[in-house]
Design a binder for this molecule. Sequence first.
Ligand code: 5RP
Length: 239
Amino acid sequence: MRGSDSDALKKMAAIEAAKLVQSGQIAGLGSGSTCKFLLEELGRRAKNGLEFFGIPTSRETKKLAKEQGLKVLPAEKAEKIDIAIDGADEIDPELNLIKGYGGALLREKVVASKAGIFVVIADESKMVKRLGKKGILPIEISKDSYPGIIDALKDFKPALRNVNGKPFITDSGNFILDLNTGKTDLSYAERRLKKTSGVLETGLFILMASHAIIGTKRGVMHLRPKNAHYEAINHGNVS
Ligand code: 5RP
């Protein structure tokens, strides 16, 4: 798919998702190119009277939100987040996600986990049958732990993320490692990573999204997790 085609699909999903934000709400604002369209649409709606506070998941999102005239709050100031909307790098049929190709996964996970509803938006190229298709799992690590983690996770061929020949530093002052997970069972990988000292967060977002809005060549699709039991648990409406 050409970039301009996928941008049109991202925009379609973002515009649809922006309809979910209502006046009086606190909304988590994700990071990345799909969310840029979301911010533009929320900015347009704010000019027409929508009043809400946004919780940006990155400095870039904060800057873009302010440029759109949106009111923002830091995550720690928000007692509750009504809804969070964010992009993803891979989405499986249960709406489990891999995130973090943009390097904002730690704050994105904090905001998504505080949100009453977490909605993922993307173009259809992000849909996969099983997570791990692209073979990369980003994790955020503390800088001090870098040498030890490289050794502890060497079977995942960890690559320190670089930008212009220098290590990429996240908004929280940490490093990102891109792990080559290959065919590894990702739930095993997650358990191992959570036990590894210095790993602050992983890009696996399991059982977090309750709804996906996907831009496709045939129009916008609204998806719920395929497994109805999981959906019911997430909505707290198991009778
Ligand atoms: C950043 C992310 C982004 O949500 C993810 O990379 C998707 O980005 P894009 O909308 O540009 O494809 O996880 O950490």
